[in-house]
Design a protein. Sequence first.
Lengths: 295, 298
Amino acid sequence: MFSRRIDKSPYGYLFIAPFFLVFFIFDLGPILYSFYLSFTDWSGFNTPTFIGLANYERLLQDTLFFKSIYNTLIIWILSIIPQLTIALTLALILHEKFIRGKHLFHAIFYFPNMVTPVTMGVLFALMFDWQNGSMNKLLMALGIVEDPVYWFNSPFLSQLIVASILMWQWFGFNMLVFLAGLQSIPEDLYEAAEIDGANKFQTAIKITLPLLRPVLIFTMITSVIGGMQIFDQPLMIGKGPENSTLTMVMHLYEAAFVRYEYGYGAAIAYGIFVLIAIATAFSMWMTKLKEKKEG
Amino acid sequence: MKDYSISTGNTKTVSQLDAETKRKNRNSLLIKIFIWIMLILAAGICLLPFYSMLITSTHTNADITRKLLLLPGDHFIENYKRLVEVVPIWRGFLNSLIITCSATAIGLYFSALSGYGFSKFDFKFNGPLFAFVLATMMIPGQLGIIGFFKLMNMFGLINTYWPLIVPAANNAFGLFFLKQVADSAVPKEMLESGRIDGCNELQIFHRIALPLMTPAIATLGIFLFIGKWNEFLQPMIILFDNSLQPLPVMIASVRNQFSVDYGAQYVGIAISIVPILIVFALASKKIIGNVMAGALKQ
């Protein structure tokens, strides 16, 4: 009251200035510049000349681009369904009181998430090598298959292997997210249900799942955004038979940094951006829709 | 008579109840054992590829081709020698350390600086600018990659570490995380007393706010470190010189250069996983706790 404070607020701009400076130079600048390049025929050596919408017209006729969208979606679906199922099951189990050594299990299941994606790709490529891979040796020793399976000869199996890398890398993360959600559900809800005579299955369906909804939405949205951008692991596996494991970002990488069609690559980057925006908006809209129905 | 009948009735029910609870207990014990076995099996499957990798890296190529390997062999050194003859893997290790440590340090300092700025100064457009920062988190990483490559080329920064290190100062997640920390861990009164003592705003940040935010900064540091250590696409397009490349890029080239030398490839990926294993062993409680805490904030 008696000491009049000097307004220090403008100093705030100095504190946030470096962040925005770097953002404009290394982030927004390149994004806008890419947008410009997507209207040019830049191939790395020439000076970019403006060619209008030619790159985008080519993109809409590029069957390989549509194939890469399809591949990315298939791989995403193949990985997300078992991934969330396993994550939820393990989270429900590890939330039980009688389990000892919870931290060790958390650590084991989360560890693959920290390993370099490139390393994971190489490891799986080696493991599923049809002549030298340990997976075929193991399956034959267990008597599950007679002859070695030529994994990377089949489009579907190749996609399944890429999907299983992603599943293996992300189920532990999602498990921790679900566990956090479970821990936030108040204990007395379960006690009340027990008094009312509900069994374990009923409590899971009527209490746990509805209250986990916000957490489920969070994992869905993050996994859509992440799943549309997979690159490191499938690049190590290769394009696969009939380009079956060529993902959208791999297509971008090949156009720009292998064939040096940078202008076209920039157009692909914006195509991917639009698709991710649509996928994100769609998953948000889906969850909103459900909310209204239930509300 | 009445008393007697009631008491016999009671003993009957008690013994019946007893048998029932015993059966229930036995059933739930069986279920518990079943769940335990499933859990341990799941953990085993989860770790199996790593085990297989370590074991296989110690065998000759001939054995890798012929047999299912379950126990360690004695050819690790030979495989390792063939690997380092062609790929300077330790150089890559050192490069990764240089890039990752400097990027993490820069990322932490500037995330703290800007997070503190958003938290403690009520400047005009504080709210909209912060919302803008959050919105940038939704932009996919490769959107500007081609413009990034060309701009860095024009600045003459291709084949240097600058384009990999300096952008770390612009980490929206770090800013968001440390703004929340500054909101709760740095009381305004302490800043006021610093001002009365005649410190300038930057001194207040360095001497008062930064020490109070240190535990959270350390936590964020682990995540920034791991993220940067695993980065692949950016260093691959920015660095042409083999001797400048970080570990993930070298691992990818091991895959291309040793197409039939499986022993050497296994040694390469084992070398790239071990440091992560060490970091994780030291900080797993912190990492896991923060993944879970982060999930609830969203």
